[in-house]
Design a protein around this ligand. Sequence first.
Ligand SMILES: [Zn+2]
Length: 349
Amino acid sequence: MKTLTILKPDDWHLHLREGPVLKNIIPFTSEYFGRAIVMPNTKIPITSIDSAISYKKTIVEALPGSSKFEPLMTMYLTDEADKRELISGFKNNVFFAAKLYPANATTNSSYGVKKIENLYEIFELMQDSGMPLLIHGEVTDTEVDVFDREEVFIDRELSPIAKRFPKLKIVLEHITTSYAVDFVQENNIGATITPHHLHINRNAMFFGGLNSDFYCLPVAKREKHRLALRKAATSGKECFFLGTDSAPHLRKWKAFCGCAGIFNSPVALESYLTVFEEENALDNFEKFSSLNGPKFYNVPPNKERIKLVSKPNKIVDFIDVFEQENIVGQIKPLHAGETLKWQVDGIVN
Ligand SMILES: [Zn+2]
């Protein structure tokens, strides 16, 4: 049986939500990931030190008893972002990074930034203090075609930021295009790549009728972009690292309202591994999952190791969400009903 033992990975982009959903899904991440950058787009976004501390406490309380998992908190930037709060939160290890959502780019982002130039003063301070800026890179201009929004964002917003703040630690999150792959490499910034963008192209959203299971933001693009992402992720290059963007939505909302987001935490490692094997790049998996991220963020890699084995792994159709004893909903994971070829065996000491 083929096996692979790697340093424990981190998830550099994760949505944990709140309430029963948080409690039910957190073990899928905490079991095999050492740390995760937790996105601040809760119903009321995390914009202050106090709200970050309280959200972190809720997350830690939801962890299984013996877990050593560390949630890394982020501050949600708004037009009114308080720079003292931001920098002091970073210097006091409350915030690990700040997240920029252009207003209305995705779930719970209506508080997001309307005019990014207004934040330039804040970017200056972040650059000086070494605080990373995580970017949802899409314009929200309704006149721009939804499939072009990442590319237009790069030209219109990101390129000027990268030029003006060459030392700012920027991560372009969940990249979806070959244009982004090139920009990241040429501009000395980092990028996360999700498992779903490595597996699906835009056809998936129309599979068997309009299919919200594969609707996420940024939306999956053409096949040539998926292939460019696979090449980038499996290249071993330091600028590309693991960030699942796992984003759970209860079935009732996902199916009827078509909320954007794909829940992949329960299958993330297996899903990525499938791609690395198909691309003949299993040797580079540890770089992508466990080394490139820590290097970019200047933190030590995890010490524990996990073992992955190549054996059939049937993925469930739905995961039940419980509140006390009662099922309050279900969430469909990525690869539901498929049989993947890899499975996490466990922690190796
Ligand atoms: Zn996200």
